[in-house]
Ligand binder design. Structure first.
Ligand code: HEC
Length: 130
């Protein structure tokens, strides 16, 4: 009688192990949806904001703090103090800190929360030259 129970027990263990694995897979899936959207484009979305709100002081012949936003390369090169963008990590990026705190743009209209979100998403998606 006991020997007959063993295959049943093994089946039960395997079925529950399978169910647990299936469940953990299902729980991991929603994280994919919260990943930063990768369809933010540097040239289409980010650069126009910088041109409109930062160009007076960070483009052209004289650039404040030697932070030149003229091109993707010069922006990524950062200021005389170092990088202002950390690819994949908006909260560690000085540029985001400055606009979130409202320190930049130093003069003129501040960025809207939508504009800050675009920059944040672009950096979190890897700050690509796209
Ligand atoms: C009216 C001029 C002006 C405008 C417009 C402006 N900035 Fe600045 N920015 C400065 C000056 C001056 C500094 C030097 C630090 C200071 O005085 O706060 C600076 C410094 C910075 C720094 C820090 C650089 C470092 O390494 O210390 C960042 C980042 C920055 N600006 C980003 C921006 C962004 C992004 C915009 C547009 C949304 C912008 N700035 C618009 C004048 C300006």
């Amino acid at each position: 009688m006991k020997k007959q129970l063993i295959p049943i027990l093994i089946t039960l263990v395997l079925v529950s192990a399978y169910a647990i694995l299936q469940n953990s897979g299902a729980r991991a899936a929603p994280h994919m949806d919260t990943a930063p959207s990768t369809d933010v484009s540097f040239s289409q979305d980010v650069q126009p904001i910088l041109e409109r709100r930062c160009s007076k002081c960070h483009m052209g012949e004289f650039t404040s703090e030697n932070l030149n936003m003229e091109t993707y390369e010069s922006l990524m090169a950062g200021s005389q103090n170092g990088p202002v963008i950390v690819s994949g990590n908006a909260s560690a990026s000085l540029l985001v800190e400055k606009v979130v705190e409202g320190e930049m743009p130093k003069r003129g209209q501040k960025l809207t929360s939508e504009q800050i979100q675009i920059i944040t998403d672009w950096i979190n998606a890897g700050a690509q030259n796209n």
